[in-house]
Ligand binder design. Structure first.
Ligand code: AMP
Length: 195
């Protein structure tokens, strides 16, 4: 089992859509990611829902005998429906609290395709890293090569226009397959604040 320097399993946050998306390739990638996280004995930290890519990743980790820590708001327990069978489910009051626990409680962030919520979570970990508030790996995982392309174009545009330094482009890494994403995710383990 891969582990952090403290001996506990790596805790990987996965940010992804609460919908499956139009292209089934994203759901297949989410399942493969969950299986790989479970297979390595790592712990998934995620938004706690059973819907969309979120539910697919979590179910795949559970099916592989892995550990899943969900963090959801009371409000979303009704709307997203919390995933059954998780080893740990925190129900918090606000989205801010949820994001803070997701961010602080993880050693690395893997971002699958998703919608506004996923992009919001990506921007949070990027901007905190830009301000040196953490140094954890951020990995954009996309097997199509086209899902994150508009985001990467926007990031380059912000640099070209002088609103971000060139080093901003190195805040997140890109991965086209699960193995590459996991290698990047374990690059700097052991920094999560929560057990
Ligand atoms: P989405 O990518 O929009 O499907 O959302 C993915 C996850 O982000 C879900 O767990 C949503 O509950 C969550 N989410 C949606 N909107 C926000 C937001 N404004 N801030 C933080 N999380 C959000």
């Amino acid at each position: 089992m891969d582990a952090t320097s403290s001996g506990r399993p790596l805790q990987v946050a996965v940010f992804c859509g609460s919908r499956p998306g139009r292209d089934p390739v994203h759901a297949a990638l989410a399942k493969e990611l969950g299986q790989a996280i479970g297979g390595r004995g790592w712990r998934l930290v995620y938004g706690g829902g059973h819907v969309g890519l979120m539910g697919i990743v979590a179910q795949a980790v559970l099916d592989g005998g892995g550990q899943v820590h969900g963090i959801i708001t009371q409000h979303l327990v009704g709307r997203e429906v919390a995933m059954p069978g998780l080893q740990k489910l925190d129900v918090v009051d606000t989205m801010f609290e949820r994001k803070r626990l997701l961010i602080d409680g993880s050693d690395a962030y893997i971002v699958l395709p998703g919608g506004f919520g996923t992009v919001d979570e990506l921007l949070d970990v990027l901007t905190l890293k830009q301000l040196d508030e953490h140094r954890k790996p951020i990995v954009l995982l996309d097997s199509t090569g086209r899902f994150w392309a508009p985001w990467l174009a926007l990031a380059r545009h912000l640099v070209d226009e002088g609103f971000a330094g060139p080093s901003a482009l190195a805040l997140a890494a890109e991965a086209a397959d699960v193995e590459a994403a996991l290698r990047l995710a374990e690059a700097a383990p052991g920094t999560a604040e929560l057990a």
